[in-house]
Design a protein around this ligand. Sequence first.
Ligand SMILES: Cc1cc2nc3c(=O)[nH]c(=O)nc-3n(C[C@H](O)[C@H](O)[C@H](O)COP(=O)(O)OP(=O)(O)OC[C@H]3O[C@@H](n4cnc5c(N)ncnc54)[C@H](O)[C@@H]3O)c2cc1C
Length: 413
Amino acid sequence: MRRIVVVGAGQAGLLLALGLKQNGYDVTVVAERTAEALRGGRLISNACVFAPGLAHERRLGVDFWNDEVPWVSEVAFFGAGEPGEQEPAISWLATLDEHAESVDQRIKMAAWLDEFARIGGEIRIASVTPDELEPYTRDFDLVLVAAGRGPQFADLFKRNAELSRFSTPQRALSAIYLEAVGEDPFPMAAGVNFGLSSVGECFALPVLSTTGPVVGLGFFGIPGGPLDVWDDVTDQDQHFELAHKLLSTHFPWLAGITANGRPAGPLDTITGRVTPVVRDAVGTLPSGAKVLAMGDAAVTNDPVGGQGANMATRCAAVYQDAILEHGDKPFDEEFMRRSFDRFWAHARHATRFNSDLLEPPPPHVVDTLIAAQTIPEVAQRFAQLFPDPADYEGWLTDPEASARFLSEARARA
Ligand SMILES: Cc1cc2nc3c(=O)[nH]c(=O)nc-3n(C[C@H](O)[C@H](O)[C@H](O)COP(=O)(O)OP(=O)(O)OC[C@H]3O[C@@H](n4cnc5c(N)ncnc54)[C@H](O)[C@@H]3O)c2cc1C
């Protein structure tokens, strides 16, 4: 039986481990934390997973939250006008073709670790350094590194300068989970509420968290600007007050969310900065042995476009297929490069869409966002970029194509 080890028990690593175990492979997962520690720990992310990712979770039978998770069915877009304006300059609402879901990764990863153990997977609790990977390459047929976006493996998986647009963080991030104060629902669309402004972005969406349904509220601040205020904030009340102030000042039409809410718990906040990067996913150890990166360890995007967990899922699905198809052949460098290329065929679209979101929108994109207010087909197509960023290329990457689409959609409307 082929022995495979996955270092890192996140969205990418656990889905691949579960899929391979279900297919009869002898799989070991190296996790930094136990399921219990994960459940009781600090917020990890705010990962909203769209329909293609949910379909893979469903295929593996690990979509355990169908009865309780609030649906993310809509995308409400708000473009801020001049500072101080109480209403957005651009605003539209579209319904996703299929709903998305945001299940707190503390619940999700803990449940998946438990499920992996239940079906006979081996779990080792350890934090592996790059130097410690060598013995794994002797004991296992394939070593996968799914250790996320941290800098620890950055020397092993070198930055691909050609494919990486940025070399520094493009946003200061923050997220907080809120529970409702009274009986009234939060005054927001039933899905991703996304605010765009010249100083950064904000989002709010329904989430299933450790305490039940909550609203995840986050900011993506352009470094040095007025939304870049999170570096020293650890206290939930301070985080909440700042969030309320920023909403009231920069996205006032959404301030009812904080007015109706309070912090869900002292560990339900996260702040930080992410450097978007595409890496060479094949790492070479001093012995010459090769290891393969997956998920954020291979391709990290800023969370602004909600693509990271979705691409981590895609990576797990693509690598699983590649491993199954490979049969008994050795997992050599050629296999690894081919597997990553199959993943990149998807991830390049998410990366392009996400990277462009970090830059000021060019005039033809602004025109599209404005037209989306009056032409539902345009709003619908834009909203669908979150689950299917492949549609971005050849449409919003091309001013002529986007102008053509707008005039055709206008004629149809
Ligand atoms: C605030 C915020 C909001 C986000 N919102 C979204 C969203 O809406 N949609 C979306 O798709 N994505 C979102 N993301 C991104 C998403 O969370 C990540 O892209 C996704 O979790 C990546 O999955 P992964 O498995 O590659 O890495 P991770 O989820 O980071 O998992 C890596 C795992 O490896 C473990 N690990 C790390 N180092 C080691 C080591 N040395 N040894 C052993 N284990 C190790 C970690 O403990 C962790 O369990 C968001 C991120 C943030 C921060």
